[in-house]
Design a protein around this ligand. Structure first.
Ligand SMILES: *Cc1c(COP(=O)(O)O)cnc(C)c1O
Length: 361
């Protein structure tokens, strides 16, 4: 392996090195066909095998029931903010949203274009440092679905338990899909932009319960109907072949490493190392309330903004890259998705201790 530094970027983010290496070969000459991967027809038997494998692995790893479709779409996770209400909500219908950060706020805004939106909970006034318990909000009887972001990438909060509700759940799992075991059957729809935990930017995974496909009003564009893509196996138009190829290989890697259960254990352990370092001193302060802490994104502050800047610069100089917090909250953030190695977390913890000793508050 050539010299790799530790990349704490929130997304696009660290991918397994062996996947990158294989992809580098296949881009030039895909499976010895004499044609590069990104030159290969999406209708070729070689690519069809790739997309079929991606779907099959996903079904296996997430234990997706047969009455769900798996779609590979474009437009980023952000396009799901409007596609969901466009397909599943009408003007006189209501949906319930939990406002736990930037990404839920953006989806609330889009949903309001299509139907009535009940924001049943918001942690905005506490700068989104927590997610709610079930007892902290109510879902109206006439609500079509309960929408939430399972992991808030920017604020570093995560639902430890999925909300329990009579209503079908819809979740943006962009930054924690496949990081832990979930029960897909509780959901009407799950989506995730690939660039955090699945692959490169350019493909968005949608898992949708079949009976929802016929809900869409007739007067919406063909490309924006889930049914269009479900009926054609994500081949209604040219799918993003390269990102799908990477997703297939990341899923192979994940299965090889022991699947979702092994990931969950490793993720919990990696995050615990960092939270222990934060809790060991008043110098570092975690942004999230303890009960809402994310195992994927750890957002924290130092005593001053100047020290934070110095911390980020000095960390980068020793090969710990991408620790700058999101512009909306500042501070620092370590994103440690499935493919982020434990050694990098250990190195960051050592760096944190050293930095504090060298730079007293
Ligand atoms: C990054 C992110 C998004 C936005 O993804 P795009 O693909 O850039 O649209 C949405 N939701 C969550 C939870 C994210 O982390």
């Amino acid at each position: 392996m050539p010299e790799r530094i530790y990349n704490f970027s929130p997304g696009p983010a660290t991918l397994p090195y062996e996947v990158l290496e294989q992809a580098a070969k296949d881009v030039v000459n895909f499976q010895d066909t004499g044609i590069g991967l990104i030159e290969t027809s999406h209708r070729s038997k070689e690519f069809m095998a790739v997309i079929d494998e991606a779907e099959a692995l996903l079904r296996e790893l997430m234990e997706i029931p047969d009455n769900y479709k798996v779609l590979f779409l474009q437009g980023g996770a952000s396009s799901q903010f409007y596609m969901i209400p466009m397909n599943l909500l009408s003007k006189d219908q209501k949906a319930t949203y939990l406002n736990t950060g930037t990404w839920s706020k953006k989806s609330i805004k889009e949903a309001q274009l299509f139907g009535k939106v009940d924001v049943a909970y918001s942690s905005e006034e506490q700068s989104f440092n927590r997610v709610p318990e079930d007892s902290e909000y109510t879902v109206a009887d006439d609500s079509e679905y309960l929408y939430f972001v399972s992991n808030n990438t920017i604020y570093g909060t995560q639902f430890q338990q999925m909300p329990k509700s009579e209503k079908m759940l819809i979740s943006d799992m962009s930054s924690d899909i496949l990081s832990r075991k979930i029960d897909v059957s509780k959901f009407g729809l799950i989506f995730a932009g690939a660039q955090k935990n699945l692959g490169p930017a350019g493909v968005t995974l949608v898992i949708i319960r079949e009976d929802l496909l016929d809900r869409a009003p007739a007067a919406i564009p063909t490309m924006l109907k889930y049914k269009t893509h479900a009926d054609k196996g994500s081949m209604f138009n040219t799918p993003p072949t390269f990102p799908i190829y990477i997703v297939a290989h990341v899923l192979r890697w994940l299965k090889d490493k022991g699947g979702v259960v092994a990931m969950e254990e490793a993720n919990r352990e990696k995050a615990a190392l960092l939270y222990q370092a934060i809790d060991a001193t008043d110098y570092y302060r975690g942004h999230a309330e303890v009960a809402s802490r994310s195992n994927m994104n750890i957002s924290f502050n130092l005593p001053t903004a100047e020290l934070e800047q110095k911390f980020i610069a000095e960390a980068a100089a020793v090969g710990l890259s991408g620790l700058k917090g999101h512009r909306s909250i500042g501070g620092c953030r370590a994103s440690i998705y499935n493919a982020f190695p434990r050694e990098g977390v250990v190195k960051l913890v050592e760096f944190m201790q050293q930095f504090q000793a060298n730079n007293p508050a």
